[in-house]
Structure formats: structure tokens, C-alpha cells
Write a protein that binds this ligand. Sequence first.
Ligand SMILES: [Zn+2]
Length: 123
Amino acid sequence: MGASMAAYNPRVRNGNARRKLIAWLKAQSFPCALCGKPINYGLPAKHPDSFECDEVVPVSRYWLRLYNAQQQCWAGPYATAEQAALARGNVQASHRKCNLEKSNKIISNENQSEKVIFRSRQW
Ligand SMILES: [Zn+2]
């Protein structure tokens, strides 16, 4: 160990497993978890209405436990960021534009949530 956590991206490092997970999620043909409207799974990846994989428990906050309303199961808490990135119960289908909107909200609340979640990031 001893590798910097900041340089470690569990989504990229487990590319093959992650691709399989996303393929599985797409095959479920869920409507958008964030706005509830159907997703056109045939749209190109950059299109605002295209499918995007969203994590219920953010990979950077893998110790949280949150409800996955799309699959009707609990997500987390996970032991590692890697587990959070690769768990079926932690992914939900969303529109690209809805996912972007959600990420922006999380970033604007970032400083506040850091104070609430009291936990050291590294052992
Ligand atoms: Zn949506």
C-alpha cells in the first residue's frame, strides 16, 4: 500500500468490471432515477438526454448508506471506494443532463457535508 488515494480512481482501474456493470444496468432499461422520465438508450453518449450511470452512494463517500429507489434496495456502506464503484446495488440509470445537475449540487454542498461526515480518509 502507501499509494496516494487521490491518484487512485476505482472506476478506471477496474475498467473491465465497470464496463460489464454499466452494460448490465443498460440492459435493465430503467427510466431516469433522477427525473423519472424514460431514457432513450440509443442516443450517443454526449447527448444531454442519453444514458449515464449514476452512483447512489458516491464513490468518494463509500462509507455512506443510501436507498437505491430504482432497484428498491439499500446501497452501502461499502468497505472501499472500489466496492462502491462495482456494486450492482449502487448504480442507477439517469439522463446525462440530470446526472450533471446532481453533481453540481453535490459540489456546491461539498464544504458543508465535509463537516457533517466525520471520518478520516486514510488509516
Ligand atoms: Zn432524467
